[in-house]
Design a protein around this ligand. Structure first.
Ligand SMILES: Nc1nc2c(ncn2[C@@H]2O[C@H](COP(=O)(O)OP(=O)(O)OP(=O)(O)O)[C@@H](O)[C@H]2O)c(=O)[nH]1
Length: 672
């Protein structure tokens, strides 16, 4: 895992980040620019599309209008030129119609009828027709009779051909303005060249063209099967149609286009007619050019973005090369000893300044190292001449030690540097105990001064006087200076002196001053911790001295001391007050129990025999016992009471234990 991170370390480099940023910025700027351009142009393109569509439909409608005009004019010319007698002569009329080739080419059929509706003649595609029905009931015929202008019929189904048609009709008048007949041209919607060009020409895939009248009847449609059907049902037209129909189906020759029901719907009224041209284009097809333009734009943006990214990346790579050189050279700088001016990047900008700064740092570091080295040599010389052991420690490790320090601990100077200071202590517990002692001292006084038991490398324990002082007061992280002095000998001497001053040299028991001190302290606490005290005086000891000599007396005193000490608890104290007098302090012992102890002592002493140079010596003990409580004001009082009880024991014949009665000190009771 860590190796993977190490391998991907270059990802975190400044160079990579700058190059990546340049690449991303290049791509993003290309994409954002494209998006902005498309966003602002899309609405314009759409508006232009709608405008173009409405203009186109308007132009087409105008064309259709002029075409209808042309048909009207043609029919009007033929009708007006027909001489009046023709209207009474069917054969002549037939000839007249047949002779007008142009008219026959324009219309599906051309007919002439008298004012009563009787058809005189009919030409259908250059053929004279014999089928001549009466058209007197036709609305367009009636309308034509009433005006001298051409009339355009509503769509209707031709009686003869049974197909949807529209008819242009015009009346013919005699010089006296009498209507002599009506001439009509039939235009078959299905095959008429009137609309076919318009409806068949599909500009956009999926678009439909239709022509409808005011009632919404389809006169022309891209699909001829829809003819005469309702325009309202045309997919995509319903909403627009309903709105148009609701305002009275105006024939507005100005083109208009709108987006509705997923279609681009363009409408324009055909001039001089009741008809409207409609073109429906599915939105997807209508906007296809916009989409195509967008796709092209995105592709171009992608290409430009890629190019910009590559260029930006390459430039950033080139520009950040000094950073890589600086990094590599700075890394090498940490490993080498001497200073070298080679390999640093030559750059006029910040990198060059950084490189120069690094070189200066290297030079300064070398200079400082030299100075530090010299200082260290001086320091070591000073340390090595000091009488006490000196060590400089930091974070629990040795950083500097003096010769004397190593001698005390028997450390190897070279090896101990960097090792934990715990090596000075006999155990982990001792190390922790010293830490707990030293910490508050450092906090309070900024220094530690105390006697500590330490251990040499060999494991040998010794007592040391340790002094520690933080290099920076209040901040031990900067290191601590320790001095260590081996005080084992002086401490033992001191302890020996202390023991001698408080113990009897013959028996090793506590001596009188020490016992009196103990008795004083115990009497002061007797109110809460009552105890018993005994005064023991050997009987006829003088005889031992006299018979066996002073040495025998000494031997007996030593043995008796051991016997007394063996009969009491560890917490109790047996003291020799002097001569053959002993005292015992029984801590926390009730009187009854103390009496038992006294009896045990008496029995043990009387049972003991000293064999000395062929002789046997024995003694007994007179014991005075006193139960000490708050009523005793001082140790002297206690001693006096015990002494009095002992005296009473002597008086009563020796080898006895007498309890001091504070109520009747004269007539002591409790003799055993
Ligand atoms: N061997 C020896 N004798 C000592 C020492 N100190 C005192 N004595 C002697 O101990 C004796 C104590 O005297 P006493 O207590 O009067 O003699 P005792 O024979 O025990 O008399 P009672 O107490 O009345 O029974 C004296 O003879 C002292 O010289 C000592 O350190 N060593």
């Amino acid at each position: 895992m860590s190796r993977t991170f190490a391998r991907l370390g270059w990802v975190r480099t400044l160079k990579f980040k700058i190059v990546a940023m340049a690449v991303v910025t290049g791509v993003l700027s290309a994409l954002v620019t494209t998006q902005l351009v498309l966003f602002t142009t899309q609405a314009n393109i759409q508006h232009m599309l709608i405008q173009g569509e409405s203009d186109d439909v308007e132009r087409t409608a105008a064309l259709l209008g002029s075409k209808i005009d042309m048909l009207r004019d043609a029919l009007k010319a033929v009708a007006r030129q027909a001489p009046a007698p023709l209207w009474d002569d069917p054969v002549a009329m037939q000839h007249y119609l047949a002779s007008n080739q142009g008219l026959n080419a324009l219309f599906e059929s051309v007919l002439a009828a008298r004012p009563d509706g009787a058809m005189l003649a009919r030409m259908a595609k250059d053929q004279i027709s014999t089928d001549l029905p009466n058209i007197g009931d036709r609305a367009y015929f009636q309308q034509a009779l009433r005006t001298d202008q051409p009339v355009l019929s509503d769509p209707l189904v031709a009686r003869v051909a049974n197909t949807p048609v529209v008819i242009i009709a015009i009346s013919s008048q005699a010089p006296d303005s009498q209507v002599v007949g009506v001439m009509a041209g039939v235009l078959r919607l299905q095959s008429s060249n009137l609309f076919s060009e318009v409806t068949r020409t599909v500009h956009t895939k999926g678009s439909r063209v239709l022509i409808m009248d005011r009632a919404g009847v389809l006169l022309a449609h891209t699909n001829p099967a829809q003819l005469l059907g309702p325009a309202a049902e045309e997919p995509g037209l319903m909403d627009v149609f309903n709105r148009w129909h609701a305002v009275g189906s105006p024939i507005d020759t100005t083109g208009a286009a709108t987006l509705s029901q997923g279609h681009l719907v363009a409408m324009a009224g055909i001039p001089d007619s009741d008809w409207t041209l409609v073109r429906l284009t599915p939105l997807a097809a209508a906007l296809q050019p916009v989409d195509a333009a967008q796709a092209t734009a995105w592709k171009a943006a992608g290409g430009v973005g890629l190019l910009v990214a590559v260029l930006a990346g390459a430039v950033a790579w080139r520009l950040t090369r000094p950073i890589s050189v600086l990094r590599a050279r700075a890394t090498k700088m940490l490993l080498e000893d001497g200073s070298s001016t080679e390999g640093w990047p030559r750059d006029g900008g910040e990198i060059g300044q950084l490189a120069l700064a690094f070189q200066q740092v290297v030079e300064q570091r070398q200079q400082k190292q030299g100075e530090t080295q010299a200082l260290l040599v001086q320091l070591e010389a000073v340390l090595d001449h000091a009488e006490v052991g000196i060590a400089f420690t930091r974070n629990g490790h040795f950083e500097l030690v003096s010769r004397q320090f190593c001698q005390i601990f028997q450390f190897n100077k070279q090896r101990v540097i960097g090792k934990p200071t715990r090596l000075m202590y006999p155990s982990v517990e001792a190390y922790q105990a010293l830490s707990e002692r030293a910490h508050p001292a450092f906090m309070q006084h900024g220094a530690f001064d105390g006697e500590v038991q330490l251990a040499r490398v060999t494991g040998e324990l010794f007592w040391a006087h340790m002094r520690g002082r933080a290099v920076m007061p209040g901040d031990r992280s900067q290191g601590t200076i320790w001095t260590v002095e081996d005080i084992t000998a002086s401490r033992e001497h001191r302890e020996r002196l202390a023991w001698t001053s408080s113990h009897d040299s013959l028996t090793g028991l506590v001596n009188r001053p020490a016992f009196e001190e103990l008795l004083t302290r115990s009497t002061e606490r007797a109110g809460t911790e009552p105890f018993c005290a005994m005064f023991v005086d050997l009987d006829h000891f003088k005889q031992v001295n006299d018979s066996g000599g002073h040495a025998a007396g000494d031997a007996l005193l030593r043995d008796v001391a051991h016997i007394l000490a063996a009969q009491v608890r560890q917490a109790d104290t047996v003291a020799r007050l002097g001569g053959d007098e002993f005292a015992i302090l029984l801590r926390g012992c009730p009187l009854e129990q103390a009496l038992e102890v006294g009896e045990k002592l008496r029995s043990a002493v009387v049972a003991y025999r000293l064999l000395w140079e062929g002789q046997s010596f024995g003694v007994s003990a007179s014991i005075g016992l006193v139960a000490v409580d708050a009523s005793y004001a001082s140790a002297t009082e206690v001693m006096r009471a015990a002494d009095a009880a002992c005296y009473a024991a002597k008086e009563q014949g020796r080898n006895a234990v007498v309890v001091f009665d504070p109520q009747a000190p004269e007539s002591l009771l409790g003799v055993l």
